[in-house]
Design a protein around this ligand. Sequence first.
Ligand code: SAJ
Length: 400
Amino acid sequence: MKACFMGLGYIGLPTAIIAAKHGVQITGVDINAKVVEMTNAGKLHIIEPGMEEMLREVVADGRLHASTVPETSDAYFMVVPTPFKGNHEPDVSYVEAATRAVLPLLKEGDLYVIESTSPIGTTEAMAKIIFAERPELEGKIYIAYCPERVLPGNVIYELVHNDRVIGGLNPESTEKAVEFYSQFVQGKLHKTNARTAEMCKLTENSSRDVQIAFANELSIICDKAGINVWELISLANKHPRVNILQPGCGVGGHCIAVDPYFITADFPIESQIIAKAREINNYKAFWCAERIQNAMLKFELENHRRPTVAMMGLAFKPNIDDLRESPAKYITTKVMQSGSNADILVVEPNVAEHNVFKLTDYREAYDRADIVVFMVAHDPFKTLPRRDDKIILDFCGICK
Ligand code: SAJ
């Protein structure tokens, strides 16, 4: 069977590769010509362990080729970004553009699936667009929603082994989508309707955001109460039915920090906890920046010289090189802009260089700094020796 993947990003490309490996003839479509060129050359434009040799294999076998335009297929997958606009309104314009691009190619019996994280009702809205242009297809094609839940860095394993939720606009569409995914998914395929599947994805990530907000609120309370929050959470989690997550310097990435707005935008009255959790997690980054600025001022008053400060970690979570929507990046920028006349050493061991920040090796920064700020719990930081002659601000539990 032939499948057309619209969007060759962190999810679209790995999914297309895995499907190709399992015998599906794939056309991978991206508006970025460079991505198309690299993909056809067997070069991965994203970082994902073990994925590049799989890409080379399916390109060499002719089972996957990339293009900037869609080609006639039997199944079409929308795996494009769904960011939010300035006022936290979801932006489904990429999904709509991808849908309009494949619309002329759709024929009776085809399958159309949205994988992109989307506000409730998006699948129905895209169906309306399809049938407005192609009324003869009404009731003749299969339309479903199937979100992904893979963890970047572990995509190959999770794409095959995670359970998936598949929601069709009608039962036969659900069945048709289940038939496609069962070619390469070993996890269970759970059937539902499109709106429930759309909300399931938003629920998964919003629940995590709320859990993290609870941990971050605890960390702010404990700081004032003179309690070690890492010890507190570890003790509370000894309870057989308590599982409190870890405080951080805020919540980053373009999933957990974004998806809850897809609910609050549509249900602003009803989604109280979800909205407040977003506020708390955003506030945590601001709170961290304030603590750093206070420590710098205190140092200068006590030592009559400006401090050297090591900002340890820029990525949005431990042991990755992804800086998108990173609270650590926000905090570093805020501290640098605070007009402080301190020496700020910026550290990110997973990135060789950065177009804005001059990066310093983490060992050198640790040695030179008067104030060391741990923002992201990268493994290399755990090897640094304890130094009681330094002021340590630990926002990610490295020193717990
Ligand atoms: N974080 C904390 N404390 C924690 C856990 C995470 O502060 O205890 C922070 C991280 O530092 C990071 C942010 O939250 O800044 C998000 O981290 P994450 O571990 O949730 O990772 P993501 O965003 O890469 O992946 C999430 C996953 N969703 C869930 O765990 C419910 C993943 O399964 C999804 O596929 C992904 O979002 C997505 O693409 O939606």
